[in-house]
Write a protein that binds this ligand. Structure first.
Ligand code: NAI
Length: 278
């Protein structure tokens, strides 16, 4: 993916953390950015800062779990920017940390809506014009939890992050038939210093509402190993320039994740060579 000065990038979940870090780095490089988030105040503050450094920026309050709202946003971005070069479906949430049998149906619905449907809602409205042109790039933020078990207590989150991988693989197959030059990249961050653990601040009232107490408690080791949002942005942009499909910015997690994937492959081979009649 060649992003050059003036290229246009859409980023969801842009008001904080990884999305914000990516927006800042894109503006540093002279790219035009269209930002979406549910949190108006930090989004407005970021836009002011990016405009102050000469950025070309548009932004709207959009809930990515609402497909119709994302489509309206996509239409306004295309009207303003014309061609959209890259779409980064980054918005994501995590619920309170608890075992699967204690996860509420509302939290499943919330997390699937934002993390999984939010990705297809974000990608889909931009794809018709990309396919017509035959160019463009789609990115989604998964997680190390989308490839290997990272920690207990986050079944809905891990489910959605695995789902993003499947969605991306099939989208690549869909595109191979009609627009093979359109790229699809999945980002797999490990721990990053952001506000993700306070994600319940954005849980809608219809699904249980915000909860200031239910902060996701992660393992202390994650704090030690956390990297900065800007590191993620630098890794992602470098990987895109190389044409990488899978990007893991936290080097500590590459080998443990790869080992898990090899174990899965070995498990498949072993089970298939066993005698099914015994
Ligand atoms: P963050 O909480 O700092 O930023 C997430 C942003 O998404 C916030 O600005 C929030 O307002 C926005 N958002 C939440 N619900 C939304 C909705 N329905 N529609 C639109 N925007 C919404 O968290 P972070 O870490 O920057 O999260 C970004 C992505 O990175 C997420 O997909 C997350 O799952 C993923 N990730 C984060 C890791 C970490 O350690 N921070 C590790 C692995 C993946």
């Amino acid at each position: 993916m060649d992003l050059v000065e003036g290229s246009s990038v859409v980023i969801t979940g842009a008001a904080s953390g990884i999305g914000e870090g990516l927006a800042r780095e894109c503006v540093n490089r002279g790219l035009r950015v269209a930002l979406a988030d549910v949190e108006k105040a930090p989004l407005d503050a970021l836009v002011d800062q990016l405009l102050a450094v000469g950025g070309t920026v548009m932004a709207e309050v959009v809930d990515v779990s609402d497909g119709a709202a994302v489509s309206v946003f996509a239409a306004s971005v295309e009207a303003e920017f014309g061609c959209v070069d890259m779409v980064v479906a980054n918005a994501g949430v995590i619920g309170p940390r608890q075992p699967l049998w204690e996860q509420s149906a509302q939290d499943w619905e919330w997390i699937i809506g934002v993390n999984l449907l939010g990705v297809s809602n974000t990608w889909a409205p931009f794809l018709p014009n990309m396919v017509k042109r035959g160019t463009g790039h789609l990115v989604a933020t998964s997680s190390i939890a989308g490839l290997a078990p990272a920690m207990s207590g986050n079944a809905p989150y891990a489910t959605t992050k695995h789902g993003i991988v499947g969605m991306a693989e099939v989208l690549r197959m869909d595109l191979a038939e009609v627009a093979p030059d359109i790229g699809v990249t999945v980002l797999f961050p490990g721990p990053v210093r952001t506000r993700i653990r306070e994600a319940v601040r954005n849980r809608p009232d219809s699904l249980g509402g915000p909860d200031g107490v239910a902060v996701f408690s992660s393992d202390p080791q994650f704090d030690v190993e956390s990297i900065e949002p800007r590191d993620v942005a630098l890794h992602l942009l470098a990987a895109l320039a190389r044409g990488d499909r899978y990007v893991m910015p936290n080097s500590e997690y590459v080998e443990s994740t790869a080992t898990h994937l090899v174990e899965v492959a070995e498990g498949l081979r072993t089970s298939n060579t066993a005698d099914p009649t015994r």
